[in-house]
Design a protein around this ligand. Structure first.
Ligand SMILES: Cc1cc2nc3c(=O)[nH]c(=O)nc-3n(C[C@H](O)[C@H](O)[C@H](O)COP(=O)(O)OP(=O)(O)OC[C@H]3O[C@@H](n4cnc5c(N)ncnc54)[C@H](O)[C@@H]3O)c2cc1C
Length: 426
C-alpha cells in the first residue's frame, strides 16, 4: 500500500519503520524543518524497548543509558528513602529486554536513520519536512497541506501529536483540555554538577532516576542521566490554577529561574545551587489530555500516538503507548491484498483498534493521577469501561502497575488478534 503518515515524532517514525518492514511504501509529512527539533529526556519501558530493539535500534549509537530503577530521596535532608528496581528480569517481555533513558532528539535521529536507510529488501521512507497538514479527508484517504497541496494514499496515519486536527475530523468536535499541570524541564552537563562541591551530591548512580520529594511528598523533582551520563535531565511538575487555552502556541513556554526557586522553596541548598546553573529562560510544557475517544479510525484514516491518547507523564508511558501503537499497526497491515478497498482497510483497522484502544485508554486513566495516589481505588468504574477486572493490574500499586506496562509483548498480542480474526472469518 501507499501510506502517508502525518508527523515525524516518535510515533510516526516508529510506525514508518514497521510499515516499511511490512512491505508498504511510506511517506512522512512533518511540519518542522527536522525530525529532531525539540525534546528532552524520556524513559523507555521494556514494552517500548522491545519494539525498537526488534526494529534494529542501536542503543549505544543513540547514546541511551540503560535504566535500572528509581531512588526516592528526601529533597530537604537529601536522605535516601527507598530504591525500586524497575529493570527486573521478570518485567522483561522477552529475555534480555531492558529499560533505557533517551534524549528525544537522539532517539528521533536514530529512528530517522532506520526509517530512511537502504536495506536492500524494503523501500526507504521518504520524509517531507516543512509540511504543515491542515486537513484530513478519511473517505478520500487524503491530507491537505497549508500551501493547498492535496496528497492521496491508500491509508493516512495521523501521528501529529496532541494538537492533531484528526480527532475533530473524525468526531466533529475537539476535546483536548489543559490539565492545569505543567512540567518545567531543563538539562545540565554532568560535569557542571560534578565539579561543584555543593551540587556533587545530586549525582547518584548513573543507571538510576532520582525523585527528590518535598517534606509533604506532594512535590517532586525528577532527575536522570542522558547521553551516556554526560547530561542530567530535570523535570519539575507544577500544578497551578492558570488555565491558558491549550493549543500549539501556548503548549510550550518558558519561566525564569526565580519561579523554579520559588516552586522548590524548602528543598535543600544543593538543589537550589543546581537551579542557579540553568539559563534564565527555562522551558515549560503545559500538559494536555483528552478523554478516551470512542473510535480511532474511519475509512482510510487512522489516528495513533499522542494524537489519539495523550496522557500525563505520571507513569512514564506516553512513549511506550505510541511505540506499541506503531508496532501493532504494522502487524495488522501485513499481507494486504493489492489496491485494497476502504472496506478491506477498515477490517484491519478494526483489529488494530480492538488491540490498542482498551490498553491505551486504561494507560491514560492510570497516568491521570500522581504516583502517590492509587488509580484503582479512585478510578475503578472508569477503568472497567475499557477493560475487565481480570485484565487490569491487580492493584494500583507500582509493583502491580509496572509489570502490567512493561511485560507487554505487542507483537505477540497483535499477531494473536490477527489470527483470531482470520479464524472468525474462515
Ligand atoms: C514532560 C514530558 C515528559 C515525558 N516523559 C515521558 C517518559 O519518561 N516516558 C514516556 O514513555 N513518555 C514520556 N512522555 C510522553 C512522550 O514524550 C509522548 O507520548 C510521545 O513523544 C508522543 O509521540 P507522538 O509521536 O505521538 O507525538 P509528538 O512527539 O508530539 O510528535 C508529533 C509530530 O507531529 C508533528 N506535527 C504536529 N502537527 C503537525 C501538522 N499539522 N502537520 C505535520 N506535522 C505535524 C510535530 O512536529 C511532531 O514532530 C513525556 C511527555 C512530556 C510532555
Amino acid at each position: 500500500m501507499d501510506i502517508n503518515i502525518v508527523g515525524g515524532g516518535s510515533c510516526g517514525l516508529t510506525a514508518a519503520i514497521g510499515l516499511r518492514r511490512a512491505g508498504h511504501k511510506v511517506k512522512i509529512f512533518e511540519r518542522a524543518s527536522t525530525a529532531t527539533a525539540f525534546g528532552a529526556g524520556v524513559v523507555l519501558g521494556q514494552n517500548a524497548s522491545l519494539v525498537l530493539t526488534e526494529y534494529g535500534l542501536d542503543w549505544a549509537a543513540a547514546k541511551c543509558n540503560q535504566a535500572d530503577g528509581i531512588h526516592l530521596h528526601h529533597g530537604v535532608t537529601m536522605q535516601r528513602l527507598s530504591t525500586t528496581h524497575t529493570d527486573k528480569a521478570e518485567y522483561a517481555p522477552r529475555p534480555g529486554i531492558t529499560q533505557y533513558l533517551a534524549h528525544r532528539v537522539d532517539l528521533c535521529q536514530a529512528l530517522v536513520d532506520l526509517a530512511t536507510a537502504s536495506d536492500g529488501s524494503s523501500t526507504p521512507v521518504e520524509i517531507v519536512y516543512n509540511a504543515n497538514v491542515t486537513a484530513y479527508d478519511a473517505l478520500e484517504g487524503s491530507l491537505t497541506l497549508a500551501n493547498g497541496e492535496v496528497h492521496k494514499a491508500d491509508l493516512v496515519v495521523a501521528a501529529d501529536g496532541v494538537h492533531s486536527c484528526a480527532p475533530a475530523h473524525l468526531l466533529g468536535h475537539e476535546s483536548i483540555r489543559h490539565t492545569g499541570t505543567s512540567v518545567v524541564r531543563w538539562m545540565l552537563p554532568t560535569e557542571s554538577l560534578q565539579s561543584d562541591p555543593e551540587t556533587r551530591c545530586l549525582l547518584q548512580d548513573p543507571e538510576y532516576a532520582t525523585f527528590w520529594i518535598s517534606a509533604d511528598r506532594q512535590k517532586y523533582l525528577i532527575q536522570y542521566p542522558l547521553r551516556l551520563g554526560t547530561l542530567q535531565n530535570f523535570a519539575l511538575y507544577i500544578v497551578h490554577k492558570e488555565t491558558a487555552e491549550l493549543n500549539d502556541q501556548t503548549m510550550r513556554s518558558t519561566c525564569d529561574r526565580e519561579r523554579v526557586h520559588k516552586e522548590l522553596d524548602g528543598f535543600s541548598p544543593a538543589i537550589h545551587a543546581m537551579v542557579d546553573k540553568t539559563t534564565d529562560s527555562i522551558p515549560v510544557w503545559r500538559l494536555g489530555e483528552r478523554d478516551p475517544l470512542p473510535t480511532w479510525h474511519k475509512s482510510r484514516l487512522v489516528i495513533v500516538g499522542d494524537a489519539v491518547h495523550p496522557m500525563l507523564p505520571n507513569q512514564g508511558q506516553g512513549l511506550g503507548m505510541v511505540v506499541e501503537d506503531a508496532a501493532a499497526l504494522a502487524v495488522v497491515l501485513q499481507d494486504m491484498p493489492p489496491n485494497p478497498s476502504a472496506e478491506q482497510i477498515e477490517e484491519r483497522l478494526s483489529i488494530f483498534e480492538k488491540i490498542r484502544k482498551p490498553r491505551a485508554s486504561v494507560a491514560q486513566l492510570l497516568s491521570s493521577v500522581p504516583y502517590y495516589e492509587d488509580p484503582l481505588k479512585t478510578l475503578l468504574p472508569q477503568l472497567l469501561e475499557h477493560m475487565p477486572m481480570n485484565q487490569l493490574p491487580a492493584s494500583g500499586l507500582p509493583n502491580d502497575v509496572r509489570p502490567w506496562f512493561y511485560r507487554y509483548d505487542v507483537f505477540k498480542e497483535a499477531e494473536k488478534a490477527v489470527a483470531e480474526q482470520q479464524k472468525e472469518l474462515s
